[in-house]
Design a protein around this ligand. Sequence first.
Ligand SMILES: Cc1cc2nc3c(=O)[nH]c(=O)nc-3n(C[C@H](O)[C@H](O)[C@H](O)COP(=O)(O)OP(=O)(O)OC[C@H]3O[C@@H](n4cnc5c(N)ncnc54)[C@H](O)[C@@H]3O)c2cc1C
Length: 408
Amino acid sequence: MAEEYDVIILGGGPAGSSCAAFLSKSGKKVLLLDRATFPRDKTCGDGISGRSVGVLQDLGLMGQVQKIEHEDMYGVTFSSPVGKVVPIGAPRGNGEKPPGFVCRREVLDNMLFQNAKKLATKTIEKFIATDIIKENGKVVGVKGNLNGKETTFLAKIFVGADGAGGISARKLGSLNTDEKHQAAAIRAYYDNVDGMIDQIELHFIDGVLPGYFWIFPLPDKSANVGIGMLVADMKKKKVNLQKLMEEVITNHPVFKSRFAKAKRTSDVKSWILPLASATPKLKIYGDGYVLLGDAASLIDPFTGEGIGNALTSGQISAEIINEAFEKNDFSEAVLSKYPKILWDKIGEEVMTNYNMQKHANSRWKMNLIIDKASRSKDIQGVISNALINPDGHKTLIDPMFILRALLA
Ligand SMILES: Cc1cc2nc3c(=O)[nH]c(=O)nc-3n(C[C@H](O)[C@H](O)[C@H](O)COP(=O)(O)OP(=O)(O)OC[C@H]3O[C@@H](n4cnc5c(N)ncnc54)[C@H](O)[C@@H]3O)c2cc1C
């Protein structure tokens, strides 16, 4: 007999762990499944933004964040194709939490997963999902491999939070396959990167545009370093991201000296980013199921930030799933509220940043924007004053917030 739950959550990354924690707190019988054993790594820039900080606060986890290895961030440094550098700081002090931080995913995700595990009815690692089970068109469970045996779990609601490489979006016909709405990125860890301060760095430099080169500082002068670019542009320009990053680090006039004593301490890893500019075209809910995070293609189309939206999708889906239980109705009609509320929260930002992604194709526009910021203390002041967003979460680490201010 297959075990039965109220909700099955496939994937214990930020999206699944957040959904599991919120649902379990409201008393649902939750099964959380993941193919990995935690702590596990996830290829990422490790930049944790204001949106993430907001949900982490709601989860009651910011106290734990202070205890895990991370680096608080108080601003963003931009540089332009002609080499203009603009460091824009965030206000600090008053014992407030930082606007954002950088934390290895192995560490952050383990904290989120262990929190969910503590709250969920049951958590199973090393479960490799292979198929979604449907009955009369409604999703009723998941099938997979556990300790070499085919195992089935059933539930009233299935939550697909299994990331960009998972099975949920594919099996449910919601996979983002459009290369104009996908980015590719690589990242590696380096020790001894020179000249870092307590700001994340986004460099819109020649050769890398319309993508960007990032340096996200970690403790002890180590850093997460990477490059991301739209897949369509990458293919059109026949870019090899790894060669491009080596080129930047060894030959770029600024980065050559900053990386002169640096040592790479990890493999260079790449992964795909399904962008939220595609989400309006995708069906991320249906009879008996919802999709979250990367499985719902929720990554910011310009910044590549996906953790905040993944956590948010976990929080919002939990609210709608609770409503479905109150009504005892798990149909598509009830669950259709989930993408609506989610889009109300993130849609404007996503579409603004989708437009910015198009601006970044233009070298002169990026020179103009960054030059404008470098010369105008007023603009920097506006940005600095606006570092606390309306819902009370600081958003400085979201670079688009700043670029939008520059364009205003
Ligand atoms: C190079 C790169 C840099 C990035 N940088 C940033 C950044 O700096 N900041 C930011 O906010 N975002 C960044 N992102 C995006 C961010 O990594 C994702 O948006 C985020 O991880 C999404 O979380 P998730 O929970 O949806 O999926 P994931 O974190 O991918 O979690 C999915 C989980 O599902 C499990 N799973 C998958 N398939 C199965 C299966 N068949 N059976 C069982 N379990 C399964 C996996 O083991 C995994 O634990 C970056 C992405 C890349 C590729």
